[in-house]
Design a protein around this ligand. Structure first.
Ligand code: BTN
Length: 256
């Protein structure tokens, strides 16, 4: 069970998370968010499920979560500028927020959240134009109190939770509120001339200057991951030439 009043007590935001829709069991918070948008829920609305049983990930993958262990939530945002920066801002915000709990999270392009070289969280941003308003649903899944046995066999080697590295149990409401507080603060980084975001993102990235294999539409490219562009694309050096990729999956070579 997630206690909405505990989330609220730890929030210091103006609008993010101020309207909270809690579900004990739900297929997907992103799907529910799109439903709620048709009922005109306010900007910054938060949809959270204690047991999300049909979570969606990037590229049609599933996001699997054990009931009452982690965080699965979505935020609804209307009419933001420089949308391509949003996934970067969320990744940075999660890393900054978790610093407050003494965890050094890292990012794998574009926005996998990594701890000890394993995946601890993922972000799925979706957008649609509704009545001429750019509408965004940001879905975040974070592993918090799971033990290794809570993950299915095929994920056990690649997934990790905060509890697994610290042997502690966390109040998920506090972790959530910290992430939301940091996210609202960082929304300033959407600004056109603000380059601080890219510096911050690169400082959390765990594969700058490393050899990676880039997978996109059945094409695999090996090269050195150099940096991200001002649109958030991956810039990879392949055969001494810089190539820019706007979507795909990065696999760090000689890593998991
Ligand atoms: C990924 O790494 O592929 C992204 C995973 C995103 C999962 C979250 S959990 C909350 C929200 N609801 C969903 O159905 N998906 C996102």
């Amino acid at each position: 069970m997630i206690f909405s009043n505990l989330v609220d007590a730890n929030l210091n935001t103006d609008f993010i998370g101020r309207n909270l829709e809690y579900y004990s069991r739900l297929a997907s918070t992103n799907d529910e968010a799109w439903e709620l948008i048709s009922e005109n829920v306010p900007n910054g609305s938060l949809i959270i499920a204690d047991n999300q049983f049909k979570g969606r990930g990037r590229f049609g993958k599933k996001w699997i979560s054990a009931p009452s262990m982690g965080l699965t939530f979505s935020l609804i945002l209307y009419d933001l500028k420089n949308l391509h920066r949003l996934p970067l801002i969320i990744g940075v915000s999660v890393c900054e927020a978790l610093k407050g709990f003494n965890f050094k999270l890292k990012l794998k392009w574009p926005n996998d959240i990594i701890l000890n070289d394993k995946k601890i969280g993922g972000i799925l941003c979706e957008s649609k134009n509704i009545n001429n308003v750019k509408t965004i649903v940001v879905g975040i899944g974070m592993n918090i109190n799971e033990k290794a046995d809570d993950f299915p066999d095929n994920l056990r080697k690649r997934a990790i939770s905060l509890s697994m590295v610290s042997n502690k149990t966390f109040q998920r409401e506090r972790v959530l509120a910290k992430i939301l507080n940091q996210f609202e603060k960082n929304l300033d980084l959407l600004g056109e001339k603000n380059l601080e975001l890219f510096k911050k993102w690169e400082s959390f990235c765990n594969h700058i200057d490393k050899e990676v294999t880039f997978h996109n539409n059945n094409v695999n490219v090996v090269g050195k991951f150099l940096k991200i562009s001002d649109k958030g694309s991956a810039i990879i050096e392949v055969n001494n030439k810089e190539k820019t990729f706007s979507s795909g999956i990065v696999e760090i070579n000689n890593s998991i």
